[in-house]
Design a binder for this molecule. Structure first.
Ligand code: PLP
Length: 427
């Protein structure tokens, strides 16, 4: 079963969870310990993104031009019911998944890439820099750069640059410049390369490089793929659509699941529902974040102030973190190799609203294979963590003999991750 919304149902506004989370600890300046102000971030990000970062308004209007680009990428995306998977598992649970893989670059990341590139273009910024792990964010920003006539410079985590060459071709086809990180282009990159000429890189290091390039070059701003409030804000079109789709079939979620790297797809998918829970308009929903055992920021990390990057150049964020020096092992889910998790998602975990679970890589890939065999879709290794968690929840519902509605975010496809499948499953 597939549940579609009309094009006219593309959301007209983004949902800002800060309206319902007034006690979010502020970003801090590491030198002074003072809260970061808008002016501090303006050299780095598009001005409108900075405004949104600090906004407490519950709803932020989506510019018509961005809505048109959302239409172009296939929004509203369909919601599917996983009937063949349910039958295989013999579970009384009903499992639904939101298809964020159907966009041109194959993941949810365009939802914010298009917004950020649009604002940069409006403000006359010529170039956007960024980091990318598995390559999905870099692909998304490259696409957004092409659609808004901006130049894009991508620092790609070296292990992914080597393991996933196809993503780099995608970015280059959209006209972006792509370099492996650590790179020779920045001071930070050269420092890590001195330590280890074969440094595998990490998202934290790549962020440091992209930030340095943005603040040292003319008419250049930085675009971030996850973690901060304005990025998560743009992703909330996902969760608004899901609530409308579930309503269409008369369902109410019992558990909502997403994988967490920096937290953007999880937040975009769950926050509109989390907001309803926080405001007392909905009850009895669990929110479950799925992570890799190799980088279990929320499940194994500490809730404290930490840097967002490895070179300790960003403001301090209060979040669940493994420490900004943590370099995760080179697992195939490159997009989940981040030492922290978004401050809003972290606060919700600290409050007990959000739960988390961590899985080893081989179990995750086996779950992905089962999903391919039953539902016919090959998930991204990141997404496979959510698939695994949904399967476990469905099996638990079976043990407990309960019907339960399980909804997860299918954040992206794995058609450019086949090498990882081959290595882990030996196919
Ligand atoms: C980037 C990515 C993730 C992880 O990033 P979040 O910000 O946590 O969403 C998950 N799934 C896919 C397919 C991705 O591309």
């Amino acid at each position: 079963m597939r549940i579609d919304l009309d094009v006219s149902a593309i959301p007209r506004r983004w949902y800002n969870i800060l309206a319902d989370l007034p006690d979010l600890p502020p970003m801090k300046n590491p030198e002074t310990g003072e809260p970061v102000r808008e002016v501090d971030l303006e050299p780095l990000f598009a001005r409108e993104c900075v405004r949104q970062e600090f906004s407490r308004e519950r709803w932020v209007e989506i510019p018509e031009e961005v809505r048109e680009m959302y239409e172009r990428i296939g929004r509203p995306t369909p919601l599917y019911r996983a009937e063949r998977l349910e039958r295989y598992l013999k579970t009384p649970a009903r499992i639904y998944y939101k298809r964020e893989d159907v966009t041109p670059t194959g993941s949810h990341k365009l939802n914010t890439a298009l917004a950020q590139a649009y604002y940069a273009a409006e403000e006359g910024t010529e170039t956007l820099t960024t980091e990318t792990g598995a390559g999905q964010w870099g692909s998304a920003l490259s696409y957004a750069g092409a659609m808004t006539d901006r130049r894009v410079l991508v620092f790609m985590v070296r292990v992914s640059y080597q393991q996933k060459p196809y993503r780099k071709y995608v970015m280059r086809l959209y006209g972006a410049e792509v370099v492996p990180s650590p790179s020779e282009l920045t001071r930070v990159g050269r420092r890590f390369l001195e330590e280890d000429p074969n440094h595998p890189g990490s998202l934290g290091i790549a962020i440091s490089e992209a930030v340095e390039a943005a603040v040292t070059r003319e008419s250049t701003k930085y675009a971030l793929g996850s973690v901060l409030n304005h990025v998560l804000l743009h992703q909330t079109v996902i969760g608004q659509e899901v609530l409308a789709q579930l309503e269409e079939v008369g369902e109410k979620p019992d558990v909502m699941i997403g994988c967490v790297g920096g937290g953007s797809n999880f937040a975009g998918f769950t926050f509109p529902a989390v907001g309803k829970v926080l405001r007392g308009e909905m009850r009895g929903v669990r929110f479950l974040a799925a992570e890799p055992e190799a980088c279990p920021s929320m499940t194994g990390g500490e809730y404290r102030y930490d840097f967002g990057d490895s070179a300790k150049t960003t403001p301090l964020l209060k979040m669940f973190t493994l420490g900004s020096d943590f370099v995760p092992p080179p697992i195939h889910a490159g997009g989940l190799r981040y030492h922290g998790a978004a401050p809003t998602v972290s606060l919700l975990k600290a409050k007990g609203v959000v739960e988390s679970v961590a899985y080893p890589q081989d179990e995750v890939f086996r779950a992905a294979r089962l999903f391919a065999e039953t539902e016919g879709l090959i998930p991204a290794p990141e997404t496979s963590h959510a698939v695994k968690a949904a399967i476990d929840e469905a099996l638990r519902a079976k043990e407990e003999g309960e019907e339960r509605v399980i909804v997860f975010n299918y954040s992206g496809h794995g058609l450019l991750d086949l090498e990882g499948y081959a290595q882990v499953l030996g196919i």
